[in-house]
Design a protein around this ligand. Sequence first.
Ligand code: HEM
Length: 182
Amino acid sequence: MEAKWETSPAGQPADWSLVALPDEAGQRNSWEITIPNGLGYILEFKKNLSAPVLGLKEWERSDRPQMVGLIYYSFRVMSGIGFFLAGLMLWTVLKWLLGDLSGEKIAQQKWLLRAWIFAAPLGYIAVESGWIVRCVGRQPWTLYGQIRTADAASHLPASNVLTSLIAFATIYSHLQLCCISR
Ligand code: HEM
């Protein structure tokens, strides 16, 4: 999630990566913008780390996720949306306390209403991003340290899976249409 390749030792400050371009092959970030000493403050509300934060290089390549960039940005999209929605909620509560959301005044809150329309799909995007963080970030494990995805994956041919998927979609659509027509 943090595209952190090198270990930060205990007893020292460490920077927190805000934006970066992870370079999987080179096992580094081609470029990045960091918040100096940010990691200690995020993790422990203090400058120096009391425990080391292990970098990706501590693990064999075969034991850690690929597509670090995807995980890194999915996490930022998810948490960015989380903070945006929390901020929007606070802004709305404030406006409400000030009496600006009454029937007569609410139409004047153009930017607040626009922000809520903008927010409508964000929960879905955050859920999908969270799912990417979780499921891509967990690779190559199905259960961390216990069973690899390669060993857990079904050996059924893709055509069988497609057939049952089409069957389920057809049956459920049919049931749905029956309900609607009643
Ligand atoms: C500040 C905001 C947020 C932070 C710091 C945060 C943090 C995280 C972290 C650390 C994970 C990975 C957990 C793991 O390792 O298993 C995660 C997963 C996830 N997050 Fe967020 N999240 C935030 C906001 C949101 C929002 C707003 C949504 C949806 C509306 C969301 C939906 C999800 C989902 C669906 C997962 C995957 C859960 C799973 O499959 O087990 N997150 N989040």
